[in-house]
Every structure is written in structure tokens, then in C-alpha cells.
Design a protein around this ligand. Structure first.
Ligand code: MLT
Ligand code: MN
Ligand code: ZN
Length: 301
């Protein structure tokens, strides 16, 4: 084995829709189209211990372009992808639609909770993944599973909701179970947490993250009514199942005393002012010790 050290590659740092989003003319989307701020693809990371074999966590609709842009993930020969596993943290479109791009007769294992597995099973389009090659593995919360050689993953519940396309009636946005999970990744004695969606900080989650070396965390919105303020929608962060950065219940305050060595915002919505390096909001998160992720960024705890 070449090394044995946890490597995390940010494949996509944006929330669903990406930056720019196809139908959006908000300030950030306009700037991204002009090349004034970096464009970002949708939510995904790749992880490795040996630098040669990898697992992808969340398969975004942009996965084809993300893999093309990442030399470490290129095939080494005909039908020889270095990707050994794919793990899902929820059933949202930005995290599962990329599975359809991975349908081309490649062997890998797919890891998910039983609830997220049911979302795939109930949507027959995912049968395009040949079961002789793509082994679906239902993982119990708290179980340790090797998703790529030398990389162990453990899923844990975080507050969230069912996927947008499964919402019915009164939507519960604070469910804690198997529909939204965070994942702890371990390799070569180093560890990191990846939590792209989280509706609120709970006491249990705070204790889990306390003193961590590296946390990649839900950076969807700066403030709760941001989509309304920017004129792109009517939903609040609370309704979408995402805690905000700012405010008394925001992630800036929630992490202030957790002693996390490196804090990285990922899954950032295109309306979020922190995407623009010129804004006071960006300065505020950097002053609080946060890194705003960009596509292609590599992190080692
Ligand atoms: C989210 O993170 O809230 C979802 O990705 C929204 C969506 O499915 O578009
Ligand atoms: Mn999302
Ligand atoms: Zn926009």
C-alpha cells in the first residue's frame, strides 16, 4: 500500500442545483457565470486510504464531470475504475441521481441504511444498476464497514426529513432515524466527519463531534429566510431540513466551543453569500475558523 492515510477529495461543494443553477439569476449565479466567483458542482466527496482505490460518498447528478475533473479517479484501463464503493447519506436527488451515471457494467458496492435502500428499491429506474455487479449493502447505524481498502465508515442519525420527492402532507423536518445520516470516516489512525445535511445540532451530535480533527458540515444557507430574501423561493432553511450558519441555532454558534480542529462548509446553496469572497458573511465564517469548500479541494485530517 502506497500510504495509509485518510484523503478526502471534494468532488462537489454545492447543494442541490449547483452554482450556477440552470434556472437561477441570483447574484451568485450571475457572478459564477461571468467567472467572477468559482462555479461549484453538486454535493459529493471521494475518500481513500491508499490513494489508489476510492469510495464516493453521495452520487451527485454531476458525477460524470466530477470524475473527469479528478485524475485520481480515472480508470487505469478498460473498465478499471478505482471506485470500489459508493455510500449514501440520504435519498435526495442531489445524492442519488448520479447512480444512474454509474450503471455501465462496473463492479462496486453500494452502502446505505435500510430506509435509503427502500427509496432506491421503490424507484425502478435504479434497477439499471446490474445487481450482479453492484452489490447493495444495508448498513445499520453504528456499524463499521470498509467502503474502500483501509477506509472505514460509520453512519449515525442526524436530524432531517424525507427526500423532497417523497414529501406528503405535513412534513416532519426534524426526524432522527435512517433517512438522513452523517458519516464518520477512519483510515490510518485519522478520522473525519461528513454531514452534508443537518436540521439542527443536538446534544448527542455535539458530543460526537467534540474535539474532532476534521468536520465537513451542512453549509446550505447563511440565514433561514435566505431563499425568500433573494427572491428565489418561499421555503425557509427549517422547512428544507437544513440548519443555517448564522443565528442562535446556527452552525457558527453550535461549533464555537466544540474544539474541532478543522471545520469545512460543504453542500452550499447558490444563494449563500459566503460563496462570494467579497462579502462580510464570508469574512465572518473565516474569522470563526471555517473553510468554505471548493470543488477539487483535497483534505487530509
Ligand atoms: C436538499 O438538500 O435540501 C435537497 O437536496 C433538496 C433537493 O432535493 O432539491
Ligand atoms: Mn441536498
Ligand atoms: Zn442562484
Amino acid at each position: 500500500m502506497a500510504q495509509d492515510r485518510l484523503r478526502i477529495l471534494i468532488l462537489g461543494s454545492a447543494a442541490g442545483g449547483g452554482l450556477p443553477q440552470w434556472n437561477c439569476g441570483c447574484r451568485n449565479c450571475v457572478k459564477a457565470r461571468r467567472g467572477e466567483i468559482p462555479s461549484r458542482s453538486q454535493s459529493s466527496i471521494a475518500v481513500s486510504a491508499d490513494g489508489e482505490t476510492w469510495a464516493v460518498v453521495n452520487a451527485s447528478p454531476d458525477i460524470r464531470a466530477q470524475l473527469t475533473a479528478s485524475p485520481a479517479l480515472h480508470p487505469s484501463g478498460p473498465r478499471a475504475s478505482p471506485i470500489r464503493g459508493v455510500l449514501l447519506t440520504n435519498g435526495d436527488i442531489d445524492h442519488v441521481a448520479g447512480l444512474l451515471t454509474l450503471r455501465e457494467q462496473q463492479r462496486f458496492s453500494l452502502y446505505h441504511t435500510s430506509e435509503i435502500g427502500a427509496v432506491l428499491r421503490d424507484n425502478r429506474i435504479f434497477d439499471a444498476l446490474n445487481p450482479e455487479l453492484v452489490q447493495r449493502r444495508t448498513i445499520v447505524l453504528g456499524e463499521q464497514v470498509e467502503i474502500a481498502p483501509g477506509v472505514t465508515a460509520e453512519m449515525f442519525a442526524v436530524p432531517g426529513k424525507v427526500p423532497l420527492f417523497m414529501e406528503e402532507g405535513e412534513v416532519q423536518t426534524n426526524l432522527e432515524g435512517e433517512q438522513t445520516v452523517g458519516v464518520r470516516l477512519d483510515a490510518g489512525g485519522a478520522s473525519a466527519f461528513y454531514i452534508p445535511g443537518c436540521a439542527r445540532m443536538t446534544g448527542a451530535l455535539a458530543e460526537r463531534l467534540r474535539g474532532a480533527e476534521l468536520v465537513l458540515f451542512d453549509g446550505t444557507l447563511w440565514q433561514n429566510d435566505e431563499m425568500i430574501r433573494t427572491g428565489v423561493g418561499r421555503k425557509t432553511g427549517t422547512r428544507m431540513g437544513h440548519m443555517t450558519m448564522q443565528g442562535p441555532d446556527g452552525s457558527l454558534r453550535a461549533f464555537a466551543d466544540l474544539g474541532v480542529t478543522r471545520k469545512v462548509y460543504i453542500h452550499i446553496n447558490n444563494t449563500n453569500p459566503v460563496l462570494d469572497p467579497e462579502t462580510p458573511e464570508r469574512r465572518a465564517v473565516e474569522d470563526a475558523g471555517w473553510i468554505v469548500a471548493e470543488d477539487g479541494m483535497e483534505l487530509t485530517p
